[in-house]
Ligand binder design. Structure first.
Ligand code: ATP
Ligand code: MG
Length: 313
């Protein structure tokens, strides 16, 4: 990963493939009716706002990390369905793009199944912090679930909790909801499956992270379904990346209870935004040293968790 805050390098494929959507971080292109090219950009968002400049190498790193986890989870849970197909580029791109553009695109991309997405962010928390901590301080609950008194920020929960949120449209803000509200949104059957898979995957990933000295404090999954089949819920989107998870160094977790935990994710950027009074503001240019430190944190998390180098895959 480069260490300078070069301008955001975007790769637009619209003249080759129809662009279906552009999220805060990813661009989705249709390869055919069943298949998408899922491209992670170097864009970085915090508090639901995209920064003006990017983190060089971040898209490639997120794609490699998600691919790593899809493989890992598939071997842990043979019954788990995921949207991941492979890391190939469609022939139309291979045959028509310059080598330089292909080299930039390939590490950021994966082919995935094109699915309907449940309008739910399926969050699992093994530790209390962030918006869960804010709610607990106010009302003693997390997503409406009562918790014992006396917890401190960063404390490990007795058992990991499923704490879903709504999935807001681009520009909107996700709202934490109770598990009962989530069941109301997707229906009891699907909610049960989503909750079960989320908790099982969290447990497996938290164990894996712990082995390499990382606490997986919380993480967010998304699930989809194939309207053509009744085969159940399918794990989609990115998985267990620093964008979708809070990773903390295990060695310093205990001494930092009740305080801000140092972290391998974008907490660095979040803290800087808060300290500058820029939380939630549009058009923020992140200074070079924050870009560099954020890039280094992403890379460290990647190397620790996967044991690989991001450009190797
Ligand atoms: P959103 O608020 O829409 O989640 P985001 O900014 O998190 O936005 P990105 O991560 O940039 O979005 O883009 C990924 C988008 O692609 C998400 O909206 C996600 O729901 C959607 N998505 C993920 N996997 C699939 C899939 N297999 N088929 C269709 N859409 C998908
Ligand atoms: Mg996303």
């Amino acid at each position: 990963m480069s260490s300078t805050s070069s301008p955001l390098v975007e790769i637009d494929l619209e003249e080759k493939l129809p662009k279906l959507a552009s999220g805060k971080v990813r661009d989705l292109y249709a390869i055919d009716d069943e298949t998408l090219l899922f491209v992670a950009s170097d864009r970085i968002s915090a508090y639901d706002v995209v920064m003006q400049n990017g983190i060089p190498g971040k898209g490639a790193l997120l794609t490699a990390m998600s691919a790593y986890w899809f493989h890992y989870l598939q071997s842990e849970f043979p019954a788990l369905q995921t949207h991941f197909l492979d890391r190939s580029l469609p022939p139309i791109l291979e045959s028509s793009m310059s080598l330089t553009r292909l080299q930039a695109l390939r590490p950021r991309s994966m082919r995935v199944r094109r699915l309907k997405i449940f309008p739910l962010e399926s969050i699992v928390r093994g530790y209390i912090t962030g918006s869960a901590w804010a709610e607990y301080k106010k009302s003693g609950t997390v997503n409406g679930i009562p918790l014992p008194p006396g917890l401190v920020d960063g404390q490990r929960l007795e058992t990991p909790l499923w704490t879903p949120s709504t999935k807001a449209e681009l520009g909107g803000k996700d709202e934490n909801i109770t598990p009962a509200q989530a069941r109301g949104i997707v229906g009891d059957e699907y909610a049960k499956e989503i909750e079960k898979w989320s908790l099982d995957i969290y447990a497996a990933a938290a164990k894996r992270a712990e082995e390499v000295g990382i606490v997986l404090a919380d993480t967010k999954f998304e699930f989809g379904y194939d309207p053509e089949s009744k085969a159940g819920v399918i794990l989609v989107d990115e998985v267990l990346t620093p964008d979708s998870s809070r990773f903390w160094p295990k060695a310093s977790w205990e001494e930092n209870l009740g305080k801000q935990q140092p972290s391998f994710d974008k907490q660095f950027l979040r803290d800087w935004l808060t300290s500058q009074g820029l939380k939630g503001k549009d058009g923020v240019v992140v200074p070079e040293d924050i870009v560099r430190k954020t890039a280094a944190k992403y890379l460290e998390a990647f190397e620790k968790l996967t044991g690989e180098q991001p450009n190797a895959s």
